[in-house]
Design a protein around this ligand. Structure first.
Ligand code: MN
Length: 287
């Protein structure tokens, strides 16, 4: 059975928040898994991490982690000093996640976010090579600590290194380590892929986790993403990883700004109720 999860930032205006309230809330809304910000976890004390781990265990809730590395921690940087800072930060994150029992870290673990191709470069090849070099260090480091790194395929407006499923397969094949897998996200796929089903089949056994969102990042089940086609393809590749919805409705704060929400997407939303309904939709249509 595929696990159904949600990203905590659906409820928040800032990335750095207290995660504990979400650990008790999310299971009651019908979720098996909660995705947290991996960057925040790095900054917690060992005692705070212990409390989170314990609270999740008590609720029988799986924790996973997302990160869009900041530019200062860009593991694909052409500057050795920046790359080393990035590797150090990622290793601290992997250690923190390992301390909390291991699990998946997905997102821009291979570069930084948001990012545009440097104007001085004609080709992204040099950055690609540095990213692979870093990932060949990070993937085994993570794997040995029961942590899996899922490289997220992001659309062209947010990143430039891996924009579609073909590039992702090429990347992970080059890294060639089981500690590095692929995270597909229907919001990004809608922009870059010719076909949802073909993209999923192309990624196949490399698919580590799957993010759910409508074309405007509203709750899964409320828009025009072809969920039936997606379910069939996930079944075809025997995907057994988590389905984590990543809806964003609220403008304001750093989250609203980073996600690009400049209007009231849903009037006076009852976030808990929307999450509960969408969890039921996902369980019925995608698990
Ligand atoms: Mn995503």
């Amino acid at each position: 059975m595929r696990k159904v999860g949600i990203y905590y930032a659906f409820w928040t205006h800032e990335w750095d928040v207290d995660f504990l309230p979400f650990i008790s809330k999310v299971p009651s809304l019908g979720f098996d898994q909660l995705e947290l910000n991996g960057g925040t976890v790095v900054g917690l004390s060992p005692a705070e991490r212990r409390d989170l781990k314990k609270a999740a265990e008590d609720e029988n809730l799986i924790l996973s982690y997302g990160i869009g590395l900041q530019k200062q921690y860009d593991v694909s940087s052409l500057e050795t000093r920046v790359r080393e800072k990035g590797l150090d930060f990622m290793k601290r994150m992997i250690d923190a996640v390992a301390e909390m029992g291991g699990g998946m870290i997905g997102g821009t673990v291979h570069s930084y976010w948001p990012a545009q191709m440097p104007a001085s470069l004609e080709s992204k090849q040099p950055i690609w090579e540095k990213s692979i070099e870093s990932m060949r260090i990070l993937a085994p480091y993570a794997y040995d600590r029961n942590v899996q790194l899922n490289v997220e395929v992001l659309n062209r407006f947010e990143q430039f290194l891996i924009n579609d499923s073909s590039e992702a397969v090429e990347y992970v094949s080059e890294v060639d380590h089981p500690g590095c897998r692929i995270l597909l996200d229907t919001f990004h796929m809608n922009i870059e892929e010719d076909s949802f089903a073909e993209a999923i089949r192309r990624v196949g056994s490399f698919l580590g986790a799957f993010h759910l969102g409508e074309t405007n990042r509203k709750m899964p089940g409320t828009g025009r993403i072809p969920w039936a086609e997606i379910k069939e393809a996930l079944d075809d590749v025997s995907f057994d990883g988590p389905l984590v919805m990543e809806p964003f409705l609220m403008k304001g704060g750093t989250v609203g700004r980073d996600i690009g929400i400049w209007r009231e997407i849903v009037k006076n939303p009852d976030l808990d109720e929307l999450a509960r309904k969408s969890a039921a939709f996902v369980r019925e249509n995608l698990v």
